[in-house]
Structures are given as structure tokens and as C-alpha cells.
Design a protein around this ligand. Structure first.
Ligand SMILES: NC(=O)c1ccc[n+]([C@@H]2O[C@H](COP(=O)([O-])OP(=O)(O)OC[C@H]3O[C@@H](n4cnc5c(N)ncnc54)[C@H](OP(=O)(O)O)[C@@H]3O)[C@@H](O)[C@H]2O)c1
Length: 232
């Protein structure tokens, strides 16, 4: 997809301090095609490269989004990558819910704000940078658990709902942005379980689930095999 972008293109990465955000920046820096990388995070990053412009802002808040809009001053952005997201936050006693009685307005609001409202409100605030006739790839990290049909296990109410909402909000924006820039492409990307601070507390459980599923699949295949070969 990067072949669609011009030589010396401008990338904007929000959530640059996160595991996936940092990996994306590393990848972008390895390409000579990239002209400028604007990184946005709540913390100052220690990356030293002349192509990096660092902005320390909290774009989950309106004042942060407006400050970013002012800093960009409608300059064309060719790649926008949203790597912001939350699943748990010990400081705010936020944990993914296992049961209905663990739901709270505060947790639902916090997770929806970070995972669903922040990416779409960023698109709204920065639309002058996406309008026009330049190639513009707009990507936001989603999650497999945001799939409604794939929800077999339940739990994680607010995270699942926020990722489903992120998908719908971006799908809707894709339709409008096509009218504002024919060369725009909007993507919701599901990275799969990736070793970062966000997934750390749940990786062992994920591996255990995968092992159980693999065991059940092996048993089902063996059962089918025995039924079709009664003598075997
Ligand atoms: N890791 C996985 O296995 C996995 C799987 C599926 C989907 N994803 C999605 O991928 C994206 C990136 O996740 P990651 O694994 O890289 O997680 P991560 O390392 O925890 O990074 C999360 C990023 O989001 C920012 N963030 C969190 N809460 C925020 C808030 N209240 N306001 C502003 N920024 C906030 C963090 O900024 P600070 O550093 O300032 O806190 C950080 O830059 C998320 O949307 C996540 O849902 C990840």
C-alpha cells in the first residue's frame, strides 16, 4: 500500500509512545521514501532523527486535538496512523470486564473515549490535512475482539464495543472522505496479539485458549477419522 504514497511523504503517528506506535516509527525511519514523521504522544520520546517532529500532546482531549490541528496548519498528511488504545489502566482501576456486574459508566466512557471517539475526532479536527487530491492513507488500529460475529467468548464489554464503534465510525468517515479526496484510503487494522504493555497481562491466557482450541480441533478431527474408519 505504501507504493501509493509519493516520494518524501509526510506521516503522522499518534500513540507514538506505545509498543505498536514505536514499531511503526522504526519501520518508517527505515524507509528512504519518508520525508517527515510527525509523532504525537503524551510523553516525550527519545528518538533522534532529523525527519522526526515530536509533539507532546494528549489528543484524547479536545485541547490536544486543537493544538495538533494548529501545529499542522492544514499541511497535507499522506499517512495517518492511529496507535492509541486502552484495555487496562491500573492507575484508574480500569480492567476489562468479565461480567455484567463489573460494568461502570466511568470505565465504559474512558474506553470508548480513547478507542473510538479519539480516532474519529482526530479525523474531524485534521480534515483539512486529508482533503485535496494527494494520496492519503488513514489507518486506525482495531482488534479482532471488535468483530460482532466472531464474539464467542464474551467478556471485555467496553473494549469490544469501543473497537466495533471504531470500525463503524471509520467506515462512515471513509465514505465522506472519498468525496473530499478521491485518493483517500481508510483502514481499520487488526494487528493480532502483539507483545506490548497493553496485551502483557493477557498473553498467557491467550496462549492457554489457543492450546485448548487446538486440542479440541485435534479431538474433533480424530473423532471424524475414527467414524469414517470404524476398523482403523
Ligand atoms: N497489543 C495487542 O496485542 C493488540 C491487539 C489488538 C489490537 N491492539 C490495538 O493496537 C493499538 C496499540 O496498542 P499497543 O499494543 O501498542 O498498546 P500500548 O503499548 O499500551 O500503547 C498504547 C498507546 O495508547 C496511548 N494511550 C493509552 N491511553 C491513552 C489515553 N487515555 N490518552 C491518550 N493516549 C493514550 C498510550 O500513550 P501513553 O504511552 O502516553 O500511555 C500509548 O501510546 C491499540 O488500539 C490496541 O487496542 C493491540
Amino acid at each position: 500500500m505504501f507504493h501509493l504514497l509519493p516520494h518524501h511523504y509526510t506521516a503522522l503517528v499518534v500513540g507514538a509512545s506505545g509498543g505498536i506506535g514505536a514499531a511503526i516509527i522504526k519501520q518508517l525511519l527505515s524507509s528512504a521514501q519518508v520525508g517527515q514523521i510527525i509523532t504525537v504522544s503524551r510523553q516525550t520520546l527519545s528518538i533522534d532523527d532529523p525527519r522526526i517532529t515530536q509533539l507532546t500532546l494528549d489528543v484524547s482531549q479536545e485541547h490536544g486535538r486543537q493544538a495538533l490541528k494548529q501545529a499542522l496548519a492544514a499541511q497535507p498528511i499522506h499517512l495517518f496512523f492511529n496507535a492509541i488504545g486502552t484495555l487496562h489502566d491500573e492507575a484508574h482501576h480500569l480492567q476489562p470486564e468479565k461480567r455484567l456486574d463489573q460494568l461502570s459508566v466511568d470505565n465504559l466512557t474512558q474506553v470508548m473515549n480513547v478507542n473510538a471517539f479519539t480516532p474519529i475526532l482526530l479525523l474531524a479536527a485534521l480534515q483539512d490535512s486529508f482533503k485535496g487530491s494527494h494520496p492519503a492513507i488513514i489507518a486506525s488500529l482495531s482488534a479482532r475482539v471488535g468483530s460482532i460475529t466472531d464474539n464467542q467468548l464474551g467478556g471485555w464489554y467496553s473494549y469490544r464495543a469501543s473497537k466495533a464503534a471504531n470500525n463503524m465510525l471509520l467506515k462512515t468517515a471513509a465514505i465522506e472522505l472519498k468525496r473530499l479526496n478521491k485518493q483517500s484510503v481508510v483502514l481499520c487494522l487488526h494487528p493480532g496479539t502483539t507483545d506490548t504493555a497493553l496485551s502483557k497481562p493477557f498473553q498467557a491466557r491467550g496462549a492457554e485458549r489457543k492450546a485448548i482450541l487446538a486440542y479440541l480441533c485435534r479431538r474433533a478431527v480424530a473423532g471424524r477419522h475414527r467414524r469414517s474408519n470404524p476398523g482403523g
